[in-house]
Design a protein around this ligand. Structure first.
Ligand SMILES: [Zn+2]
Length: 939
């Protein structure tokens, strides 16, 4: 039950942009219907024979803005309580059990002004799942025992987020608002704000606000519209409806100053450096057709030549910039600009502010070109028209959230389109971007502070800045080198479709390339992914360090050239894999080979200045150091890799290798990186064989490499433990949480063993979660899953806990494994068959866009050596298993001392447990262990 905090308006706009990509027009098979039930509940139904699973979401138009002052966190706590038993289905965990057995899952979040619940399941189980789901809203029990226990779950969630800079900054920024304004609420809640008996306040909050008229329901399934309407009428019509008096949320939450601006300095946990400018703006909810904040953001956030970001980079002040506007509650509209700073930018943040205002001042003079609107409108329409049919509970949650903002007859189209040209509104947003209306937030580890926030313990200072620093912003310097974005010639117009069949279209000493034509989505798009294998990425730690800097330098050098292309719906990336560099290019077909050529041509040339290189290198070093401050379970995962992956460099080795590297070193590296290569790849989409062949030739032609022999290509090796061997490792970290990462070695991969393991994982998953998280309240993160590393299989369990030591977590997990006997013996034939069906449904699920299908196919091309039948074969193996075999294998896995295992025990900064002698405590010990020969075991 993640609670998504709306950080500021910016997130909302991101949401809108994301959803922009998830409209569904042009999908012939998808039918929709809207209706309002007798109890005033508004409903959006979608029926589509091609979706793999059914999904639904119900949002309630109330969030933590309405928490009682003496019970902060109430809206969030209520969200948790709805999952813990209802009148018709009183058993705790039964909704989750039911969903797990039917290829499903569920989640929820609480925001300022919304609480959103959602789930997905197989189609056959959907009617019953809807009955269970609707009972959340018809008749929750709020059981007394669980009401007390669940406060601990909320508190665990708070502890998990307490040292996260994003959460800390968002809460603190909200505190710079009028005394008593609800935007200041501590929405997540903890054991203190929810101390004592919460039940009366819980019931009161529920009775006051949980009314059908402020709820919105969205549904997507393979069932027909008629069937869906019947289900919805049957289960949701009797949710109670009554008038709701939502307290007024004043819109003047932060008044402009006079002759000054506000400056908030926040000391961060991680080594981050950023500058955010936040401006209360016009009431954006009144401009749904023109979306003025998006248009203003398009211009200010531009990254091409002549842009604000380009100028900031040239002066060595910034690494990145984003802009956007939005609102959580209609009365809380704001516009924000966030800039990632270099160390120089951190020192000279006042210069950064000056340049921002130079640009804003220039915009105020030039106004907005009409082509900015036309291009934005055209791309929004093209994306809407050619959008992949999305599905699943996340997609439906987005719909239910939109339905809180848009009217029922608008919600399918209006959120995604720009229907009106409105220069006055653009101007009105721009006019709110003034120094006196601004809150500047400077985030960094070394800022000076003089106060401490009471919930998160964040150190900060808040001042009002006037005088010359302020005057420089009201009379900023001339916008030298900065211009309004030029017209974009990459916006596509002639989009056509071609038909052809899939095949292996090249197989020689240079390359092995597959192509599959898209018959499903019928969009004029193509996705290309080529893995360019070279030994010079992972053979030494020095080369690994060079490859990281090389990769960033190439991207940085290309950014201004490719930015207009990205606005026109094309994307590219170059990613580092241990085997080499992977080049991905995708989007509308019309100009794709031009983009490929542009990128390939620049892959051997480093174009950036020394200053930009310095900034990139500093950011890489900082990023690696920041990992060491990460959450306990992520540290556990790092130690886990050190233990199991035979060739693995430590963070310290990588840092030491990075330190001395110069720009000249990276230049030389870029010359020898592609001396010898072998390309493996896959192309999927609306293209011809001739076009694919030509794209491979473009790439190889630009690289002009020699072929790389098979025995020189990188192969990953995974450690093998002897039967019965148990390796324990523990380290203390800087996080406030403990973590356990418990791994059982299953053995060499075969289709049958993989099938068995997947089924075992499905059978025990919900019991593990219910025992560890709900009943024992060990922590917020509780995961069990099967996993593959190369040709080896594993079963893994991860728990992160703020209040239990990792040694105690190990005991709890082992006690649970001992008790699986009962769970497995009690497994009925019917339950077993349900798990089998559920697993098959999730295996048969296909990607929901050309890009997603291309990713799956690329995986089979590179990891399964071109076996595109892999999934079908695995499904076949799952069908053949007998219950007795699976139960016997599960008993052996969880109870036999012969099963080798690794146990990573991460201790929090406050943990003072003694570490037993058998436990390894340094990475050197892991490496020395690896040096001793290990036998291959038959299992
Ligand atoms: Zn939660």
């Amino acid at each position: 039950m993640h609670r998504i905090k709306i950080l500021s308006g910016i997130l909302i706009v991101l949401l809108i942009v994301l959803l922009n990509v998830s409209a569904f027009a042009g999908m012939d098979n998808r039918k929709t219907k809207t209706l309002v039930l007798g109890n005033n509940l508004e409903v959006l139904l979608m029926s589509d024979p091609d979706v793999d699973r059914s999904a639904a979401a119900l949002s309630v138009g109330v969030g933590h803005l309405y928490d009682p002052q003496e019970k902060m966190g109430m809206a969030h706590y209520l969200e948790h309580m709805l999952f813990l038993g209802t009148e018709k289905y009183p058993e705790v965990g039964s909704f989750k059990d039911f969903l797990t057995a039917h290829s499903g899952s569920s989640n929820a979040y609480t925001g300022d002004n919304i609480t959103n619940y959602f789930f997905q399941s197989s189609h056959d189980a959907f009617p019953e799942a809807m009955d269970r789901f609707s009972d959340f809203f018809r008749a929750p029990l709020f059981d007394k025992t669980y009401a007390e226990r669940e406060v601990q779950a909320v508190n665990n969630e708070f502890e998990k987020n307490k040292l996260q800079d994003g959460w800390r900054a968002s809460h603190l920024t909200n505190q710079v608002s009028k005394e008593g304004h609800p935007i200041r609420n501590f929405g997540i809640g903890n054991a203190d704000t929810l101390a004592g008996d919460n039940r009366p306040a819980l019931l009161e909050f529920h009775d006051k606000y949980y009314s059908a008229r402020i709820m919105r329901l969205s549904v997507l399934s393979k069932l027909t519209l008629l069937e869906l309407e019947r289900i919805v009428q049957k289960y949701f019509s009797n949710i109670s409806d009554h008038s709701v008096n939502l307290p007024e949320v004043p819109s003047d939450y932060r008044q402009p100053l006079s002759g000054k601006y506000r400056l908030l300095k926040i000391k961060t946990i991680k080594d981050v450096r950023s500058l955010s400018l936040d401006f209360p703006t016009i009431r954006l909810a009144d401009y749904k057709e023109s979306k003025p904040a998006s248009i203003v953001a398009t211009v200010i956030g531009h990254e091409g030549q002549g842009s604000l970001l380009s100028k900031l980079k040239k002066e060595g002040l910034a690494l990145g910039l984003s802009a956007g506007g939005g609102y959580s509650h209609p009365n809380l509209s704001s516009f924000g600009i966030t800039i990632n700073l270099t160390p120089k930018g951190m020192d000279k943040y006042e210069r950064v502010l000056e340049l921002v205002f130079s640009y804003i001042e220039m915009l105020k003079k030039t106004g907005f070109e009409k082509y900015t609107f036309e291009e934005t409108q055209a791309m929004a329409e093209i994306d809407f028209e050619w959008k992949s049919p999305q599905e699943g509970m996340g997609f439906m949650a987005g719909k239910a959230a939109m339905m809180q903002i848009y009217k029922l007859d608008e919600v399918e189209e209006l959120p995604y389109l720009f229907k009106k040209y409105d220069p006055d509104a653009y101007r009105a947003v721009l006019n709110t971007l003034t120094p006196e209306n601004m809150l500047v937030v400077l985030n960094g580890q070394n800022v000076e502070t003089d106060q401490v926030e009471k919930f998160f313990g964040t150190e900060y200072s808040l001042t009002q800045v006037g005088g010359s620093a302020y005057d420089k912003l009201t009379h900023p310097p001339e916008p030298e080198g900065m211009t309004y974005p030029e017209k974009n010639d990459f916006v596509p117009y002639k989009l056509e479709m071609v038909e052809e069949d899939p095949s292996l279209i090249r197989d020689d000493q240079y390359a092995k390339i597959w192509f599959k034509f898209d018959h499903k989505f019928k969009q004029p798009k193509v996705y290309i992914r080529y893995r360019i294998e070279t030994p010079h990425v992972y053979d030494t730690v020095d080369n690994l360090a060079l490859s990281k800097l090389y990769n960033l330098a190439i991207h940085e050098g290309l950014n201004e050239l490719t930015y207009p292309i990205s606005l026109a719906g094309l994307v590219y990336s170059i990613d580092i894999e241990k085997q080499g560099m992977t080049l991905s290019v995708g989007g509308y077909t019309e100009r794709i080979n031009d983009l490929l050529k542009l990128v390939a041509k620049n892959m051997k040339t480093i174009k950036i200045s020394k200053q930009k290189f310095g900034n990139i290198k500093e950011a890489v070093l900082r990023d690696i150091r920041n990992r060491q401050l990460g959450q306990a379970y992520m540290r556990a995962s790092y130690f886990h890799r050190q233990l199991w992956q035979v060739k693995q460099y430590t963070e310290e080795e990588l840092l030491a290798a990075l330190e001395p590297i110069t720009l000249e070193d990276v230049r030389q590296y870029s010359q020898r990186l592609y001396e010898r290569v072998y390309a493996t790849g896959l192309v999927h989409g609306n293209w011809t064989v001739a076009e694919v062949k030509s794209s491979v030739n473009i790439l190889l032609g630009e690289l002009s490499s020699l072929p790389l022999a098979e025995n020189e290509r990188y192969k990953e090796e995974v450690a093998v433990l002897r039967p019965g061997e148990k390796v324990r490792f523990s380290q203390q970290v800087q996080d406030n949480n403990n973590a356990l990462y418990y791994t059982l070695q299953v053995g060499e991969r075969s289709m049958e063993r993989q099938a068995k393991l997947s089924l075992i994982a499905s059978i025990v998953e919900s019991d593990f979660y219910t025992q560890m998280r709900t009943n024992q309240q060990l922590g917020y993160i509780v995961w069990s899953f099967e996993n593959r590393m190369e040709e080896r299989l594993f079963f893994k369990m991860i728990i992160q806990s703020s209040n239990y030591s990792p040694f105690e977590l190990q005991k709890r997990v082992e006690a649970w494994m001992d008790k699986t006997d009962g769970l497995l013996s009690a497994l009925s034939d019917e339950e077993f068959e349900r798990h089998r069906r559920s697993l098959i449904v999730s295996l048969e699920k296909q990607g929901d866009s050309i890009g997603a299908v291309a990713s799956d196919l690329y995986y089979y091309a590179t990891e399964e050596d071109g076996n595109f039948q892999f999934k079908e074969q695995l499904v076949e193996a799952v069908r053949k298993l007998s219950k007795d075999d699976v139960v016997a294998a599960a008993k052996k896995l969880f109870q036999s001392p012969q099963v080798a295992r690794s146990i990573i025990l991460v201790r929090s900064n406050a943990n003072d447990d003694a570490v037993p002698d058998d436990v390894l405590t340094t990475i050197d010990q892991i490496k020395n262990r690896r040096a001793t020969p290990v036998g291959v075991i038959p299992q």
